[in-house]
Design a protein around this ligand. Structure first.
Ligand SMILES: Nc1ncnc2c1ncn2[C@@H]1O[C@H](COP(=O)(O)OP(=O)(O)O)[C@@H](O)[C@H]1O
Ligand SMILES: [Mg+2]
Length: 189
């Protein structure tokens, strides 16, 4: 398997920023696109997918598809991209192999939808000759304060920084989307 054609790393500070970045990306995705989301529980994979759904203009109600493995969110005629792709949201956590992925027949919807797979690494790459990988990391610069067994009253909704790493594979992603080039904190021009 060959490596990615490019890699871009962005940092965000809040869940809303993760959502907004994904919504912008959702505005440029096309039917047939495959996105593979990787990150620990709570990293923000579903939050990211909700943003994609907003940018694609699909029916709301994106949740962690814990019991239902696949949810189809149809494109809305009164959304920002009427006639645009649907969103197929998959949670592959319980699926152990590419063979089990084949059993859920994603091929049927791939052509008319953007297919987003949480926990898709090493399970869905065969579905398309191109894919966009998105890795979400809770740590920034390798540091995360331990909360351990100290009683704290933080909720899961508290905003924390995230590092998002995007990688493009295959002919669809020969170039990085422009939106990934604009917000590098390292550049100050
Ligand atoms: N920067 C951030 N990006 C995304 N989510 C964040 C961020 N900061 C805090 N959160 C919170 O982390 C949780 C992520 O949950 P979720 O998106 O369901 O993760 P996953 O699908 O990876 O398990 C949400 O409660 C969200 O509000
Ligand atoms: Mg999730």
């Amino acid at each position: 398997m060959t490596g990615p054609q490019w890699e871009r790393t962005l940092t965000v500070k809040t869940a809303e920023q993760t959502h907004a970045l994904a919504a912008t990306l959702g505005g440029v995705l096309e039917a047939g696109d495959l996105l593979v989301l990787t990150g620990e529980l709570g990293a923000g994979k579903t939050t990211f997918t909700q943003g994609l759904g907003e940018g694609l203009g699909v029916r709301a109600g994106i949740i962690s598809p814990t019991f239902v493995l696949v949810r189809i969110h149809p494109n809305l005629t009164d959304g920002p991209r009427p006639g645009g792709p649907d969103l197929v949201h998959v949670d592959a956590y319980r699926l152990e192999s590419a063979a089990e992925i084949d059993d859920i027949d994603l091929e049927n919807t791939m052509d008319t939808a953007v297919t987003v797979v949480e926990w898709g690494r090493d399970r869905v790459e065969h579905l398309s000759d191109s894919r966009l990988e998105v890795d979400l990391h809770r740590s920034v610069g390798g540091e995360r304060p331990a909360t351990g067994d100290v009683m704290d009253f933080d909720t899961d909704d508290d905003d924390e920084p995230r590092t998002l790493v995007f990688r493009g594979y295959g002919p669809r992603w020969t170039e990085a989307p422009r939106l990934l080039e604009t917000t590098s904190p390292e550049e100050d021009n």
